[in-house]
Design a protein around this ligand. Sequence first.
Ligand code: NAD
Length: 347
Amino acid sequence: MGVQFGIIGCGNISRFHFEGIEKCGGAVALIVDVNRAAAEPWVNRTGAKFSNDYRKVMEDPEVQVVSILTGAKSHKEMCLAAIEAGKHVVCEKTMTNSVEEGFEVVQASRKKGLFFTAFMKRFFPAVDKMKELLPDIGTVFQGTVRTFQQWGNFYAGEGLGDFSAVVDTYGGAVLKCAGSHMLDLIAYLMGRPDSVYCHIDYVPETRFDRKVSAVFSYKRGTSVLFEAAAHPLKKIGYERNSWDEFFEITGTDGRLTLYTVKWDVPEGNAPLLLYYDNRTEAVTEFRFDPVNPFDLEIAAIAEAVREGKQLGPGVIDGFNVDAMISSMEESHRQGRMVLIDYMGIQG
Ligand SMILES: NC(=O)c1ccc[n+]([C@@H]2O[C@H](COP(=O)([O-])OP(=O)(O)OC[C@H]3O[C@@H](n4cnc5c(N)ncnc54)[C@H](O)[C@@H]3O)[C@@H](O)[C@H]2O)c1
């Protein structure tokens, strides 16, 4: 019998988790959603039990891993309950809604089961290659990140329309939905930044952040420029399909540039990695077969659970992003650069 999951939340993201579990030979013991209709197709497909109360997952002896796939506002409560029940946890990003909530989850998870924060972009082979090549670009002195996603035109007086529930579900808009993955990659590839200056552009009279600009800096002098935006442009980006996301890291011996692909159709194209080597003056294009990073992530988690081994991104990685976002918001409120408050948690 494969690893047994309990799934909480059957919305947009759940398809990738259910399919990933199926493909790696795992099983779903119990499915929870407050909306039975959302769960129904998956209950039928997997033969799992159903409940509308997430606490049932914690009590179910068959469930080894609890996958928390609801909006971020319920993540802290569900993470704490799963940890308390002795379950391993997979928590969708963002891990929680603030650095304080993240701190509670970190403290609770110490010496308990395994904890995975589902930043699936780390599982793209192009990201592995980028990490592998980083030492070859010498002393890193600069990074640039852009994540622009085609959500619509929120700049010309148009209302939020279908997007009005986004802040409630995700705890924020473009920063938490699009930006958080790239913040995780900043911490993963360049280390946790020490300070940030951030400006957040909200749709007037809402908490819907439509554009976020930030400069992260490190005590060693390195900096990262970060831009996240919702936009209306249909054909921009590497795939010319509106998805406009890249991460470029420059060092004294070269440069690495990663172009990612649209999150919900990852089988279309693979991310592209460009490597410029200043010693040979050659540019190498690394092209990969398209893969679904969710499948790789869930297979890796299932294997880690079987072997009882922690695998990144874990609870600290989830916390780091929560801390970076909270300090970005604080910097915006204060209108100045702030030290990122990691609340004494070691990276
Ligand atoms: N990795 C990615 O690229 C990616 C993409 C999209 C969403 N996400 C993340 O996945 C999570 C869910 O997002 P989504 O778009 O699937 O949300 P969604 O609103 O589509 O789905 C959430 C589901 O959870 C259910 N739910 C809500 N509260 C519940 C509760 N207390 N108990 C049981 N069920 C409850 C809802 O009925 C709904 O079916 C979020 O954290 C989001 O940031 C990640």
